[in-house]
Design a protein around this ligand. Sequence first.
Ligand code: DO4
Ligand code: MG
Length: 292
Amino acid sequence: MRIIRFMKKSNVEQLAVVTNDQSIFELTVDSFQDVIREAEKNNKSCGQIIEEDIKNKQPIPQNLLELELLAPVVSDEVWAAGVTYLKSKEARNREAKVQTNSFYDKVYDAERPEIFLKSTARRLIGPDVPVGIRTDSNWQIPEPELALVVKADGEILGYTIGNDMSSRDIEGENPLYLPQAKMWKHSCSIGPAILLADTIDDPYNLEIECRIQRDGALVSKGNANTSMLKRTYNELVSYLIKDNDILDGTTLLTGTCIIPDDSFTLQEGDVIEIEIESIGVLRNPVKLASNI
Ligand code: DO4
Ligand code: MG
């Protein structure tokens, strides 16, 4: 069961569910946070609330490709975990030009994971909206990541796709530049759907593929599987909520396991597609942030 939001012809934002047979039903509540509140109030799961809501409804006539999809949840905050995959550690050591005992080596092995604030609702975008690239960086990539959608108490309610757009030269110059290497206009995209946690077989065995097209040609392609993650999702969430106060519907990106070749940098006009099995494809064109 997947939750989506889309823009209706009437310019109204609509929450909906996609069932296993790909039928789409409009939901009565307006947001994923409303589903969480209803579930809490009635002591039920989000899945039960949704099933009851659509019981006597007819699906809409459109299919997913015909809808103008929006970010499936407007999270007040998006957080991100880092250096949770070996590939990420190795790539960061290369960009920082360090071989041994780096910050990245240490955090990969440490008990405490790296967790940072990636985005706020105002900066967050959904499918098909341009992601931004910085004008003061010459080395920029998408970071395709499985994203957790969590409740205020840390319960993992669902999974979506996140793109943690990153500037490798700014981060490589000095780790203290991390906020600038990670956060700017349209630097975080999520979607196209939230796969509910109780309807997923194994979140530690999901194929991820990232494709980047330029002028209609494939210029970068990478694959990985969430089985390569060094930590558990609950471990990452436990550090996110430690002495912290998060809201229902917060998103946590779980780190990248796909890094394009070191010679690759994004350009305006590129199109990024991140596909995670059972969730869908998150597609965003690339634009200079100054042109957005
Ligand atoms: O250490 C910097 C960020 C790491 C990150 O974003 C990742 O591993 O995905
Ligand atoms: Mg990342």
